[in-house]
Write a protein that binds this ligand. Sequence first.
Ligand code: SF4
Length: 450
Amino acid sequence: MRNGGFKAAKEPVTGTFAAHRSAATKGAKRCGIMEQRMLHPPQHAARLEALLDLGLEDPVLEGIAQKVLDGTRIDDAEAMHLFQKADLGLLGAMANHIRERRHGDTTFFNRNFHVEPTNLCVFACTFCSYSRKIKQRDEGWVMDKEQIWDIVRRYEGQPVTEVHVVGGVLPQMNLQWFGEVLEGIKRIRPELHIKGFTAVELEYMIRKAKVSFEEGLRYLQKMGLDSLPGGGAEIFDERVRAEICPDKCDSPTWLEIHQTAHRLGMKSNATMLYGHIEGFAERVDHMRRLRELQDTTGGFNTFIPLMFRNGDNEMSHVPETSLQDTLRTYAVARIYLDNFPHLKAYWPMLGRETAQLTQAFGVNDLDGTIDDSTKIYSMAGAEEQTPQLSTQELCALIEAVGRKPVERDTLYGVLQDYTDYDWDTASGETGTAEKGYRPLPVVQSPPSAN
Ligand code: SF4
C-alpha cells in the first residue's frame, strides 16, 4: 500500500477523483451549447470522515486529517508532508471539507474586464512572456489616458462591476499619471470597483515619486483605487527570485506594500507562481509568509496559485507542471492557508476544464468573465487565446461539476445566485434584460501596437 493510502476499503468510497474528473470533462464539453444542468448531486469528493473511519496508513496524514476535521492549523512540516506523501484523493477530501465548511457548494465569479495600459517594462523577469523591453517598443503597446478611458466607456450599460488594471512598468506612467487615470475612470463610472496595480508596479511608481508607500497608496486611494490584485508575488524565496525576477520589488517589499494597503483599509489578493524551478519547500515558505501577514492584518481576500506557462519566454526550456501537481498545490494551499477566506482558480491561465476540477480541491472562486481583455497568459501559450466567457457560460462551467454559481462583487458581496436561473427568460428582449442578466458581449478589442 502506498503512503497515504487507505486501509482495506471494503466499499468504494463515493465521489472519487476519477468520477469527478469524468463529470467535469463531460460538463466542459457541453458548455458551449447553453444546456448545462447539474450532472450529479453535490457529492464532490470522498468524505473526510469516511476516509478517517477507514483509517489511514500514515500516522502523520492521519494527524493532519484530524486537524482538518477539528479546524486546527497545520504547520510547515505537515504542509511539506502533504506535498510529498498524500494521495490526491485524500488531499481533495481534506481541501473540499474546508471549502464546504466555509462556502458550502457556492463557487463565486464576477463580471469584470481588464485594462493593461502597456506591456513594455523596465524589468526583466525570465518567466514573463507578456512584456517587451522599451527598445522593443514596436512589438508592444502603450495606451494613453484617453485610450484607457475609452475602454471603460465601451462598457457603458454593461453589468460589469470591476476593472482590473495591471501591466508593464514604464517611467512615464508615474504616480500622478495613474492617479489621473483612476480619477477619470471614476468620473466615467463612479460605481466601478478599481482593482489596480501589482506591488511591483506600486513599488516602482511610488519610489520614483519619492514618497512613502503609505503616502503613495493614500494618494491613489483618494483618486479612486479600491483594492490591490495579488500579482508580482511570484515566489518569495530569495534564491529562486534571484533567478526568475532579479531586478524587481523584493519579497519583504511586496509584503510591506500589501500590509500598508490593508492598514489603509484596502483589501488585496495574493498570488504564487508555481511549477517552474521552485520546490515544495519554497511553496510552503511562500504561503507561510502570507499566512503570517494575514494573521496580522486580515486584509487578504483570496489566494491565487498561478501555474508557470513556458510559451515564448526565457524559461521555455523549463517544462510546465502536471495536472496532478496543480491539483495538489491548490489543495495544500486550501489546507495550509486557514486564514484566507477564498481560493481562486484563474481560468484563463489554467484552462476551463482544469478550473472545473479545482473546485473539488478547495477552490471556491473562478474569477470572472474577463471579456478577452487580458493578454498575460494567452501570450504565454495558455489554451485560452481569447479568454472570455458570458455569464451563462461561466455559470454552466460551475454547475457542470455540481456547484452553485454565485456572482459576487470584488469584495465578495453576493450580487446574484444563479442556481436554477431561467436563462431563457433572462436573455429575452424584455423583462430582466435591463437588470443586466443578459450574457455580457465582448466589447474590447485587443490592444494594438503603437
Ligand atoms: S512579470 Fe511584470 S514586472 Fe516582470 S517583466 Fe513581466 S510585466 Fe514586467
